[in-house]
Design a protein around this ligand. Sequence first.
Ligand code: FES
Length: 90
Amino acid sequence: ETVEGQVSAGALSPVQRGFHEMLGSQCGFCTPGMIMASEGLLRHNPTPSEDDIRQALGGNICRCTGYVKIIEAVKFAAAEMAELGKGAVA
Ligand code: FES
């Protein structure tokens, strides 16, 4: 899977939308990896704590955002996925 494959019928995925809405991307260099790591986290843990998010994204380095907006983006996506009824993968 790639970040491009997260788009469905021309619509951004909840994680992509979270990064857009919460300003989780600045230069964008780290963004594909952040989005894919976030997607993987939310598929297995749809209600992650901030520590869970930090742990899941720990292998990705961002030199721009200071991570706060990225964490907010993942929380946004988790809330949106809960609203849409997209739960964890069995
Ligand atoms: Fe620039 Fe993360 S947005 S490295």
